[in-house]
Design a protein around this ligand. Structure first.
Ligand code: BTN
Length: 268
């Protein structure tokens, strides 16, 4: 991808400095190092290729040359933002959705907690990591990977959920630089509105698999099954208990705060 004019692409955004790499291990790792060296709020790391990209739950994230957006934004959360850290992954997901809607006219949805879907297939993933000095939050790194061209889409057997790309869903090519700028613009715009009811509404509007039966793998072999009802204000997923599938009472509402969502084959 042609990233020659990155300064022009980022002009006017609150991105004081950026580092571009043709190839790097992981932009999140580089951003965490740079933050530890003192990078200020809004500094950006972007790469054309990642050789050691990481996803949630320590999964591998492949970034092929010229095929994807892979970047990490360094943030220094204010004390008020630090109270709402769990909203940042949702903020990034919303920004990606809005940018895909704006630049490519696509309909998007969010597979809880923060995968961006196009036509029910994953087109983008988000990995938010934090750096701490003792028990004080020092920085946050918002890592975003978007499958721009078909070449970015992993083989079906390599993924746990069907994947797609922007190219697969549009007839007019989308310029990656334009997409990057739009994502950042929306992220900065909504960053100041994390506590607004509208932020929650925008997420709710895009929540994927509403009313569907899903299975959440919570880790350590723990799995719960339920019907998707919505999001609570903290970003936890609200589910309705499935008959005979949980230790929860049938039909009761309950929430999950971490996990990996899979569609469950239950009659609704
Ligand atoms: C996921 O879906 O599990 C999250 C994927 C996040 C990938 C991005 S690409 C840029 C940044 N650098 C990384 O190593 N990971 C994130």
């Amino acid at each position: 991808m042609d990233w020659q004019n990155l300064s022009t692409i980022l002009a006017g955004l609150p991105v004081p400095q950026f580092r571009f790499y043709a190839s790097i291990g992981s932009t999140n790792d580089e951003a965490l190092h740079w933050a530890a060296e003192g990078a200020v709020d809004g500094c950006l790391v972007i790469a054309d290729t990642q050789t050691n990209g990481r996803g949630r739950l320590n999964r591998k994230w492949v970034t092929q040359p010229g095929a994807a957006l892979a970047f990490s934004l360094i943030l220094r959360p204010s004390p008020a933002e630090a109270e709402r850290l769990n909203r940042f992954p949702f903020l990034a997901a919303l920004a990606v959705c809005l940018a895909l809607e704006e630049t490519a006219g696509l309909e998007t949805s969010i597979k809880w907690p923060n995968d961006v879907l196009i036509q029910q297939r994953k087109a983008a993933g988000i990995l938010v990591e934090t750096g701490w000095s003792g028990d004080r939050l020092d920085c946050m790194v918002v890592g975003v990977g978007v499958n721009v061209t078909r070449d970015a889409v992993p083989e079906a057997e390599e993924v746990r959920f069907p994947a797609t790309s922007v190219e697969d869903n549009t007839s007019t090519p989308v310029k990656p630089g334009k997409l990057l700028r739009s994502i950042l613009q929306h992220l900065f715009d909504w960053r100041s509105r994390l506590a607004d009811p509208e932020f929650h509404q925008e997420l709710e509007k895009r929540l994927a698999f509403r009313k569907k039966w899903v299975r959440i793998e919570e880790g350590a072999g723990r799995t719960v099954t339920g019907q998707v009802v919505g999001l609570d204000p903290s970003g936890a997923l609200i589910l309705r208990a499935a008959p005979g599938k949980n230790d929860k009472g049938d039909g009761q509402l309950f929430t999950v705060t971490v996990g990996d969502l899979h569609l469950a084959l239950l009659d609704s």
